[in-house]
Ligand binder design. Structure first.
Ligand code: DNO
Ligand code: MN
Length: 359
């Protein structure tokens, strides 16, 4: 496996590449071009620039998260073909810059959703949390306002104040679209892009819906094993694979994550692992916690063991962490707790390798 750390770039991340390099066992960064509007082509040069910066700090840059999918593709509008062409060009350019894995999601309107970006835990750390009671009866605009008041100016992707102005229009466009309709649009997209991804050596990795349930009445199609089966069947290629995000899938306790890793790993479809732990209080009321198994509901040993057993050689990253030790900044994406998480995952991997490996 390749241990990686998400990095928001020299302008937007106060964590430096040197700090990331100082985390034991860290092999690379997961990056993106954050200033290209969704739907436009990602050029090669800025990707090569990140690669150069990473390599100057002993890190590889082979993984992108995310090249976002334009809403017209999810909606299946006639304009989607041009956006798909652009996506294909972005993939070709990414491959030229040495990229091997591209994470994306297919959630309508919003990316991941939380009701609290800084819920205090018993020890004074703060975490991202979701409580469906707080969403019931509210409009996305109400929610966004509440989150903004409580987030040091950071907002979740897709929840930017400028974008919220277009919300009513977007919601109208999705009227009448059910899961099957959205699935057809994903299939259309995958049939167009996966052959190119395969040709240029890129593995696509769709991220699960987070939380894996309909939010504000919008359809969601990446929620559980059954959904993953349907997506895997759309295009039979190792380039049509998954990001197994333990915290996203794990917020539904029916999802057996080690089983999911083993099943889709055997099919060669596990292309990216996001590892984090979560504490579920009741269905759709959860908060994130430190990575260690005993602190949350997920058995990290079983998860890492499953990855080990499928011979996983792709990127793993510690997903969100708590904010601890007085650190401020982007909720979920601080340095300290993600570094602890990475170290914990490396410790599990090393122990498993020592007891089960060929060495
Ligand atoms: C949530 C995070 C997400 C993820 C995007 C992928 O678990 O990992 O921000 O990066 O949804 O497109
Ligand atoms: Mn994730």
């Amino acid at each position: 496996m390749r241990m990686t750390f998400r990095w928001y770039g020299e302008n937007d991340d106060k964590i430096t590449l040197q700090q990331i390099d100082q985390i034991p066992g860290m092999d690379g960064i997961v990056g993106a071009l954050f200033d290209i509007p969704v739907g436009e082509v990602w050029p090669v040069e800025p990707l090569l620039h990140i690669k150069k910066q990473a390599e100057a700090n002993n890190l590889v840059f082979k993984d992108l998260e995310s090249i976002n999918v334009h809403e017209d593709i999810k909606l299946g509008l006639p304009s989607r073909d041009q956006y798909i062409e652009n996506y294909i060009t972005s993939l070709r350019n990414a491959a030229k810059a040495g990229i091997q894995m591209v994470c994306y999601n297919f959630m309508p309107v919003f990316d991941w959703t939380r009701t609290d970006l800084a819920k205090p835990l018993y020890d004074g750390s703060t975490v991202l949390a979701y409580d469906y009671h707080l969403i019931a009866g509210k409009t996305p605009q109400d929610m966004a306002r509440e989150i903004l008041d409580n987030s040091n100016g950071f907002v979740l992707p897709g929840w930017e104040p400028e974008r919220l102005k277009e919300l009513s229009h977007l919601f109208e466009q999705y009227e009448g679209m059910d899961e099957d309709g959205l699935r057809k649009n994903l299939e259309y997209f995958l049939k167009a892009i996966v052959p190119v991804a395969e040709e240029v050596g890129i593995k696509m990795a769709i991220h699960p819906d987070d939380p894996p349930i309909s939010v504000f009445g919008l359809p969601r199609i990446v929620k559980n094993e059954d959904d993953l089966d349907k997506i895997a069947a759309m295009v039979d290629s190792p380039s049509n694979g998954f990001t197994i995000c333990t915290g996203s899938l794990g917020s539904n306790r029916q999802n057996d994550i080690p089983h999911i890793i083993r099943k889709f790993g055997k099919m060669g479809r596990v292309n990216f692992l996001h590892i984090r732990n979560i504490q579920v209080h009741e269905p759709w009321v959860f908060n994130e916690v430190a990575h260690k198994s005993q602190i949350g509901n997920l058995d990290m040993y079983e998860i890492v063991k499953a990855a080990y057993d499928i011979g996983f050689d792709g990127p793993i990253r510690p997903d969100h962490g708590r904010m601890i030790w007085g650190e401020e900044g982007r909720p979920g994406y601080g340095l300290y707790d993600r570094a602890l998480g990475a170290n914990y995952i490396c410790g599990l991997w090393d122990a498993i390798n020592r007891t089960c490996g060929q060495l």
